[in-house]
Each structure stands twice: as C-alpha cells, then as structure tokens.
Design a protein around this ligand. Structure first.
Ligand code: ADP
Ligand code: ASP
Ligand code: MG
Length: 401
C-alpha cells in the first residue's frame, strides 16, 4: 500500500516530538508500506518568522516573505529524515524544488499547478521514505512560494493524487474532525465521516483543521482523506463523497474571527452605487463576502459588507479615498467581528433550521449584525466577543443529542 502521512506543526514542535513521529513512521514502514511524509514547520516557526520580518520591515516584499517562510518546512523535514535514519529507516528529505511541486506565481497564496512525481516515485522505488516539505512550491522562474497558511494539508493531498496513493492521512493535535472546534465548543462530537462538500464548507468558514484547498483537491482527485491524532491511536475521521454519508443532515458549527466589517453611510440612492464601490475594491484584488444594503430613505442608502481581516485596512483606505468622488457621508471599519456558521446538507430542505439558529442566538443575547445563507449553510456576523457563546448555543440546539 502507498500512503501519504502529513504531520502538522504541533506534532513536530520539538526534538522529542520529531523522534516520536519517526517511531510512528517506522511502525508503518515495518508493515511494508510505501510512505511519503509531508511536514509542516516546527511549532510556531511560521508565526515567529512573520514576526521577525515585521521587526525588519513594515512592508517586506512578498517574494522575500515566501523565501523566508519556506525555510521552516526545510528545517523540520531534514530533522525528521535524520531521526528516521537513526531508527534504521532509509529516508530522504526533499524540498519543493527537489520534489518538483510547480505552482503559479501568487506569492503568499500560490496554487499547485502540477507535481512531476518522478523524483518522489524513484525514492519510493529505492525503498526510501520521502520526507517532503509542506506549504511550498516553485513557479516558472524557480522562485519559492507558499500555499497560504495551513497549506501543508494541500501539499499532502496533491502528492497523494500525483503518486496515486491509496490514502492520505493528516496527523494533528486533535483525534479527528469535530462538530465544532473542540477548543471553543467543549462538548463537540468527533465525526466518523464527513462529506467532501460539508468539510469544504467547514474549512472555508473557519475550521482550520484542514486547509480548504486540500479538501477541494481531495474531492476532485478522489483522494481518501483521513484526519487522525499524532499522539494517540484511533480511526479518526474520514472525508468521503457525500452519497456515502447517510442521515447526516447537520455537519457542524464554525467560527471565523478573521473578518472585518465596513459600512459606507449615506450613499446616493441611485443606480450604480454598489457597482462603483465594489469595482474599486476588485481592482485592488479585494474580495467582498457578506453584503447588506439598507432600504433607501431621503434619497440616501447605506451599504455594509465584510472582507478578510488581512484586506481590512486597505479596503478602508480605498473607500475613504472615494468620499469626495462618490459623495457619501462616512465609512466605518470594525475589525472585532466574527462569522458563526451552521453547516450541513439538511439546511436546504428546511427553513426551520434558520429560525432555530436565530432563536438559539436570541436566547443567549447575541445580536446578529448580518446574515447570509446558501443551500448548505447559514452564516451570521456577530461581535467577536460573543462568537464563542453564540457558537456554543447553536451547537447545543443542533448537535447535542
Ligand atoms: P496542524 O498544525 O496539525 O495543521 P491546525 O492547528 O492547523 O493543526 O488544526 C488543528 C486545530 O484545528 C485543532 O487544534 C482545533 O482547535 C482546530 N479546529 C477547528 N475546527 C475544528 C473541527 N471542526 N474539528 C477539529 N478541529 C478543529
Ligand atoms: N507552516 C505553515 C503554517 O503555519 C503551513 C502549515 O502548517 O500547514 O501556516
Ligand atoms: Mg493545519
């Protein structure tokens, strides 16, 4: 059997953990498996490197940021290869260049275009464990790029697809995928199974247990994906094609704090205003998420919308600079907001779900600022300080049996 085993930062945070991971791999190797390991950087390395760069420069170039951040995965991967060698396991570490992971040129958030798996396959054929750096790729100019925070999961799935692995196992600090973040919702339940679509929605809406692009890719290439604990034995959670998951109407609750809300007040109530505002943001590559437009009154209207926290200040500056030209009264920015979402295929057939969710929030006194819905989710925007309380209340109503 051919497998990809990915270990996250907390699983390789120090020498002891790295040696423990090596022992786990030895156990699998003894079963005769062909193994590719994908690693994240040790512990908080990526955060620490970002903080270090900020000490040097207020606006470092994206290329140099990626050059810096890709070092983290190279450290952990070489150390693990050494630990494996000491256990008598034939192993070799490979960075993105050596593993031939090709991406586009979007620094900081690159997408994998293809992996030429020949090198990895040659190592497996020679009986070695290939330890590949997660989170990184190279573009056509041979620059190093990163895949976005949490991107090692995507490296693992992409390699699994490229080499035709039987399974891609994601080892982390929780023993599977839960109905809510166990750090926020203590009574969240571990799921045995979740559909690709449900997990994709959860990951996109704040469940950082899997990088959302890894789920998208697993679905597209039909990769069997399992999330497990790196510390304990257990079956973990399998991510599968939806049809195999029966009776699961609600998957879970997520919280996403990485959002900000902007409100443009006193716009003229005439055609084209929404277009003009959002066109300026899209020119700057800023994505807008939830949108609310007030009913016009006295010839004026307001438009409120959310953006990613990383784009918040830039979006504010752009809109503020349009005041004279578009003649609105004011713009405000609130970075202390969160999205709380309820996710599941059962939502589309039942409007009652929305009412019950709003009631749950009302019962614990959480004010809803904005609402958006799709066939398989309901999202509300709330004050960041109230998000955990709101998420717990919603979880209690739908997922506590
Ligand atoms: P790694 O470093 O292994 O990649 P991450 O921190 O990226 O680990 O992801 C694991 C974390 O995801 C858990 O510690 C947990 O707090 C968080 N998490 C958020 N939502 C969920 C969920 N629904 N199920 C499990 N874990 C979740
Ligand atoms: N080390 C990277 C990060 O912290 C990638 C990963 O862990 O998946 O985001
Ligand atoms: Mg992660």
């Amino acid at each position: 059997m051919k497998k990809v085993m990915k270990f996250g930062g907390s699983s390789v945070k120090d020498a002891i953990r790295i040696k423990r991971v090596a022992k786990r791999i030895l156990k699998e190797k003894k079963k005769g498996e062909e193994i590719v390991v994908v690693l994240s950087a040790m512990g908080d390395t990526t955060d620490d490197l970002i903080a270090l760069a900020k000490e040097i420069s207020d606006s470092p170039s994206k290329r140099e940021m990626d050059m810096l951040l890709t070092t983290g995965e190279q450290v952990s991967s070489s150390l693990l290869a050494m630990a494996l060698s000491d256990l008598g396991v034939n192993a070799i570490s490979l960075n993105a260049f050596q593993a031939r992971i090709k991406t586009n040129s979007v620094y900081g958030n690159a997408k994998i275009k293809n992996i030429d798996s020949e090198r990895i396959q040659n190592e497996l054929d020679a009986g070695r464990v290939a330890v590949v750096t997660g989170f990184q790729g190279i573009n056509k100019n041979e620059d190093m790029l990163t895949l976005g925070r949490g991107g090692s999961d995507t490296t693992a799935v992409a390699i699994a697809a490229a080499i035709g692995a039987d399974i891609c196992e994601i080892y982390t600090d929780v023993d599977g995928i839960y109905t809510g973040d166990p750090r926020i919702i203590e009574n969240a339940r571990r799921l045995d199974y979740i559909s690709y679509d449900g997990m994709l929605e959860m990951a996109t809406l704040g469940a950082k247990v899997l990088h959302n692009r890894s789920v998208e890719m697993a679905k597209r290439y039909n990769v069997t994906l399992v999330v497990k604990s790196s510390l304990e034995e257990g079956d973990g959670t399998r991510v599968l094609e939806g049809k195999a998951v029966e009776g699961l109407l609600i998957d879970g609750v997520t919280v996403d704090d990485d959002v900000a809300r902007l409100a443009v007040i006193g716009l003229l109530n005439e055609p084209g205003m929404a277009f003009k505002i959002f066109n300026e943001l899209s020119k700057a590559d800023i994505n807008v998420d939830m949108i609310l437009q007030s009913v016009g009154r006295d010839g004026k209207k307001d438009i409120t919308f959310t953006v990613s926290i990383d784009d918040a200040k830039e979006a504010y500056n752009i809109i503020n600079g349009l005041k004279e030209r578009f003649g609105f009264e004011d713009v405000s920015l609130d970075e202390k907001v969160s999205k709380v979402s309820l996710i599941g295929a059962g939502i589309q057939s039942n409007f009652n779900v929305a009412t019950k969710m709003f009631e749950a929030l009302y019962n614990v006194g959480v004010n809803i600022q904005m609402i958006s819905t799709s066939e398989i989710r309901i999202t509300v925007l709330v004050d960041e300080e109230e998000s955990a309380r709101g998420a717990k209340a919603v979880h209690d109503v739908f997922l506590n049996d």
